[in-house]
Design a protein around this ligand. Structure first.
Ligand SMILES: CC(C)(COP(=O)(O)OP(=O)(O)OC[C@H]1O[C@@H](n2cnc3c(N)ncnc32)[C@H](O)[C@@H]1OP(=O)(O)O)[C@@H](O)C(=O)NCCC(=O)NCCS
Length: 172
């Protein structure tokens, strides 16, 4: 058995039993994720223990824009004054309840950040934005250096420079 992170293959990966404790995230991977993938609204990546097709964890990545006024002054002051700036959205991230607390959330978060960083070689992005469903999830992201947006503490960002440093710390 080998843990692998793969793009969601709707016909192969089993999602019906996925349960992370947040109904909206369970329902998303079971019912909506394959549509989003097909329509290119989000790339969906799943963690599986191959060859077992059960989804253990997943996350989504999409292109995004942020308003410069949403960012902290200390970050914004180094940026050009364009009203909209390019970013990468880590829209959803979840680990099945039976597998939580085994550093798999960390594993997929760092993998998502590395993919976002690698993509900047082709398409610019100045930060990864994460949307937390509650304070607990926001705390998880903050542990890795994410900063809350000024007007909405459930939306957080990590500059691509910090993403790069974090990936180096994790040696990936
Ligand atoms: C939040 C979630 C992804 C964390 O995944 P996990 O696999 O249980 O967490 P990990 O085992 O990888 O934890 C890694 C580290 O983060 C810490 N951590 C985990 N959840 C945390 C939280 N809510 N707040 C602060 N720290 C947290 C762990 O203690 C661990 O720290 P350590 O390295 O010092 O031991 C998972 O609990 C989950 O799927 N929750 C429901 C869905 C959700 O809220 N998703 C968030 C985005 S919308």
């Amino acid at each position: 058995m080998t843990l692998t992170i793969e793009p969601l293959a709707p016909r192969r990966h089993r999602r019906s039993a996925f349960c992370c404790g947040q109904d909206s995230l369970d329902s998303y991977i079971r019912k909506q994720a394959s549509q989003d993938l097909k329509k290119r609204v989000a790339m969906v990546f799943v963690l599986v223990d191959s060859p077992n097709p059960d989804v253990i964890a997943y996350y989504t990545l999409s292109s995004y824009t942020v308003h410069i006024t949403e960012l902290s002054e200390s970050f914004a002051k180094h940026l050009p004054r364009y009203p909209l700036l390019p970013a990468t959205l880590l829209g959803r991230l979840a680990v099945d309840s039976t597998h939580q607390g085994k550093h798999l959330g960390e594993l997929i978060l760092i993998d998502a950040l590395k993919k976002a960083l690698n993509a900047t070689a082709q398409v610019a992005s100045l930060a990864v934005i994460a949307e937390a469903l509650d304070e607990k999830a926001a705390n998880f992201y903050q542990k890795y250096g994410f900063q809350p947006f000024k007007q909405n503490p459930m939306k957080l960002y990590l500059s691509m420079k910090s993403v790069e440093a974090l990936c180096q710390t994790f040696n990936i």
